[in-house]
Write a protein that binds this ligand. Structure first.
Ligand code: MSP
Length: 512
């Protein structure tokens, strides 16, 4: 069986979940569900990043131990994911023994490959961003006088300490070569170019251990040092699969790491270099999505305007959020979350288009044929055009999701729904009923219901609960929509004459 491995970033436990975290996780979930329905052996991983100075400081500020803070926030994530219908196969904590074993094994591999050395280190460090800056970088960014971080503009600290280094510079040429030879490795293309010019401008070796705090995984054989939080965190993608036993787990390499644009350098430069050093295959793709603002404003802790999932779930069904987040903004671009945009999209695309087509089709089937589907008679050109459109849509959705173009996949499905609504108008079943043309009426109703079934199947990964309800109206005998697959149920003509549908029940009532 073909395998598929998709990951989200592991989320820091110094903050509660917000819109940005659910975004990536929902996107990963849609891919995982879609690939499972396509017959692949899927592994979908998410989890939390518990170590590092940032977490240590956040815990200290609350007067508790870092692990106590981690335990609290982990619970938030664990209970949140089922509420959003997230179907992850595993949940990794970096404080777990299995993860520590993986990270220490990775360290040993890097060491055995001769890519780690000890030296002294003097630099500027931004704690909130976990990022090091050289004097030159601060000067270039006009941050030297204020000694603030070029990214977040908060104060940077001067650091001088003994440290282990990873020979990142030795991988510059191979990285450039790999990125050039594999155009799909980093997406979207604009991000790929950014990474390429960053690597080409020269890489310095990376300090990968700390002695100034202790909340982390000790360096094997030198426990004065704690392993740099990003070496620790990135290795989660392997440790969750059981690495180092086996060294190359069956689901490795990942098909896609979904991340936000701010953590691209770690994933597209450091991680591949580590894997090259450890002689392990590289992930096939890294996709960096954009950032959300909320009602036109940047979310920030200080402003207290971070959009919390609990607040959203009080107002909207999980599926509506899932749909909106992936439909509203092309994946890869920045976007704005606004309640009015959500309402507008919901009413026009879900209530009016999909919901209405389902209701009117099943209402007519119940009115004219007592809910019974009759075998389709001779097909006319309009019927063939509808089938062809559905089949083309299925291919287009697959191609769009291969490229993580969620918005295009949804737009293409909506196009077929609009086609269905036009088909109703053009074939006017009410006139056929009036004229007593029961053969043509049966054919038209068959085409409508069968297309609705296939539309619901394509939308199932996006809106698992709503689409299960839609399918339960079309196929009331079916017990569990979760078992449907494109392979078995994705073809035209699965429903047979004599099949009975339920009475329509609105799944997308209008929002006022
Ligand atoms: N722990 C690291 C990731 C390690 S992965 C090996 C981390 N954690 S985080 O919790 O700070 O951020 C997780 C993700 O949330 C990042 O991908 C980031 O891009 C995303 N987002 C944070 N704010 C966001 C928005 N406003 N909009 C969209 N995504 C955002 O970084």
């Amino acid at each position: 069986m073909e395998r598929y491995y998709v990951t989200t970033p592991i989320y820091y436990v110094n903050d509660e979940p917000h819109l940005g975290h659910i975004y990536t996780t929902i996107a990963a979930d849609v891919l995982a569900r879609y690939q499972r329905m396509s017959g692949r052996d899927v592994f979908f991983l998410t989890g939390v990043d518990e170590h590092g100075q940032k977490v240590e400081q956040a815990a200290a500020a609350r007067g508790i131990a870092p692990i106590a803070l981690a335990d609290q926030v982990v619970e938030r994530y664990r209970t949140l994911w089922p509420e959003l219908a997230i179907s992850n196969d595993d949940f990794i904590r970096t404080s777990s023994e299995r993860h520590k074993a993986g990270v220490q094994a990775m360290w040993r591999k890097l060491e055995n490959a001769g890519t780690i050395y000890k030296d002294f280190y003097e630099d500027w460090y931004c704690v909130p961003c976990e990022t090091y800056w050289t004097e030159t970088q601060l000067k270039d960014a006009d941050c030297w006088d204020s000694t603030t971080c070029p990214d977040c503009k908060r104060a940077v600290e001067k650091i001088q300490e003994e440290s282990y280094f990873f020979r990142l510079s030795a991988f510059q040429d191979r990285l450039v070569e790999h990125i050039r030879a594999n155009p799909d490795f980093i997406a979207p293309a604009s991000r790929r170019n950014e990474v390429l010019s960053f690597v080409e401008s020269g890489l310095r070796d990376l300090s990968i251990s700390r002695t100034t705090f202790s909340w982390g995984i000790p360096v094997p054989g030198d426990d004065k040092h704690v392993i740099y939080v990003w070496i620790d965190a990135l290795t989660n993608y392997l440790s969750a699969l059981g690495f180092p036993d086996p060294e190359t787990p069956v689901h490795w390499p990942a098909d896609v790491h979904l991340i936000g644009k701010d953590i691209l350098r770690f994933h597209a430069v450091y991680w591949p270099a580590m894997l090259m050093a450890a002689d392990l295959p590289l992930p096939k793709r890294i996709f960096a999505h954009g950032w959300w603002t909320v009602e036109g404003e940047k979310m920030s802790k200080s402003k207290g305007n971070a959009l919390r999932p609990a607040e959203l779930l009080e107002q909207y069904d999980a599926d509506v959020l899932r749909y909106f987040l992936l439909r509203e903004v092309p994946f890869g671009q920045d976007g704005d979350f606004s309640f009015s945009a959500l309402k507008q999209r919901y009413n026009s695309e879900l209530a009016n288009d999909v919901g209405n087509l389902l209701n009117r089709s099943l209402a007519m089937l119940n009115k004219y044929q007592q809910g019974e589907l009759l075998a389709a008679g001779e097909e006319q050109a309009v019927d063939r055009a509808l089938i062809a459109d559905v089949e083309a849509m299925q291919r287009d959705v697959a191609a769009a999701l291969e490229k993580q173009a969620f918005h295009l996949a949804l737009e293409r499905i909506n196009e077929v729904v609009r086609h269905g609504n036009r088909y109703v108008e053009e074939n006017a079943p009410w006139s056929l009923a009036k004229a007593g043309d029961s053969a043509r009426l049966a054919t038209v109703l068959y085409h409508l219901v069968e297309m609705l079934r296939l539309v619901a199947l394509q939308l199932l990964p996006f809106m698992p609960e709503k689409m299960s309800r839609m399918l339960a109206q079309i196929q009331p005998e079916m017990e569990d929509a979760g078992r449907l697959s494109f392979v078995e149920h994705g073809g035209w003509g699965v429903l047979q004459g004599g099949h009975r549908c339920a009475k329509p029940q609105p799944i997308f009532p209008r929002m006022e």
